[in-house]
Design a protein around this ligand. Structure first.
Ligand code: ZN
Length: 304
């Protein structure tokens, strides 16, 4: 039932208020957000005030688009009271790692500190960060970067020589129906590459490959050069990741995007390839190429 609550009678009893305060205190003591069941006569503004937060933060936290339309008996989550802290950037810090640490978003930090390019963080730079603005919010929380354990162990298994890899290069397969076997056959038999599949990794699209599934290629297992760019010297030092699909026609699936982001993060952690050396085929290739398609936006995926 939807109710207009603004005109309702305020509950005067103290017991529920004390109970709420106790719950709030307990929740904060435990570092958890509390929940609140809306009673008759309560407005979102009044509830927010009770918990020391703003009505808009409360609405955003619960995905409520119209604060005047809340239901009696509806359970809402109370975000932890926001606290602003100062963070000093250390070497190797990324905005997304900092955001994760303080349970906020990269865009919130960028906005609060006037950062236009998240890559240009300088060690020693101080950032004002409002903690907890991202807790529990379904609409703004980025999808967790998740790699299944068996895949992760394949990515982590090879020993990597220090400085072995200098770039990570992203491709599309150019066809929405590609399979791993088909790509392997094409590279080994048709293109006559003795090491088969030219990429170190392939990320499926759900047609003839698993949607978002990361296939770990033999070249990664053996830590040998790829065959994915038009330069032997570059192939020697560039990890190749191919997303199945034609991104002139469509965008990558959301699972492909989150797998790519997770894979790149894992590979960068293992190889120390800097963010700016995660490139598309088009941007690194010595010859013109459309790969990975004009609808593919690498930075928006990596910064999501
Ligand atoms: Zn390519």
């Amino acid at each position: 039932m939807l109710t207009q609550l603004a005109k309702g009678k305020r509950a005067a009893a103290y017991a529920p208020v004390l109970a709420v305060l106790a719950l709030l205190w307990l929740g904060q003591a435990l570092g958890q957000a509390a929940s609140h069941t809306i009673r008759k006569g309560e407005t979102l503004g009044a509830i927010a005030k009770k918990y020391g937060i703003t009505a808009s933060a409360l609405a955003a936290h619960n995905g409520i688009s119209n604060p005047n339309r809340i239901n009696v008996g509806q359970k809402i989550n109370i975000p932890a009271k926001s606290v602003t802290v100062t963070h000093t950037v250390r070497t190797g810090d990324t905005l997304s790692a900092i955001a994760k640490k303080y349970n906020t978003t990269t865009s919130a930090i960028a906005r609060a500190n006037g950062i236009s390019d998240p890559r240009k963080l300088k060690p020693g730079q101080t950032l004002k960060i409002t903690k907890g603005t991202n807790s529990g919010s379904k609409s703004t929380r980025p999808k967790p970067a998740y790699i299944p354990a068996d895949t992760l162990s394949k990515i982590n298994r090879p020993r990597i020589r220090r400085g072995r890899w200098k770039h990570i290069v992203i491709h599309h397969s150019g066809d929405n129906t590609n399979s791993i076997q088909g790509m392997e056959h094409y590279h080994r038999r048709v293109r006559r590459m003795e090491n088969g599949l030219a990429y170190h990794f392939v990320i499926g699209n759900g047609v003839n490959t698993g949607d978002g599934k990361i296939y770990v290629g033999d070249r990664w297992r053996r830590q040998i050069r790829g065959g994915h760019v038009a330069s032997t010297a570059l192939n020697e030092i560039a990890i190749g990741i191919c997303l199945v699909g034609n991104f002139d026609q469509r965008v990558p699936t959301s699972k492909q995007r989150s797998s790519l982001k997770a894979l790149v993060a894992r590979l960068r952690a293992r190889t120390n390839v800097p963010y700016k050396e995660v490139r598309t085929h088009r941007h690194i290739n010595p010859k013109p190429t459309a790969c990975p398609g004009r609808r593919f936006n690498l930075r928006s995926i990596l910064n999501s």
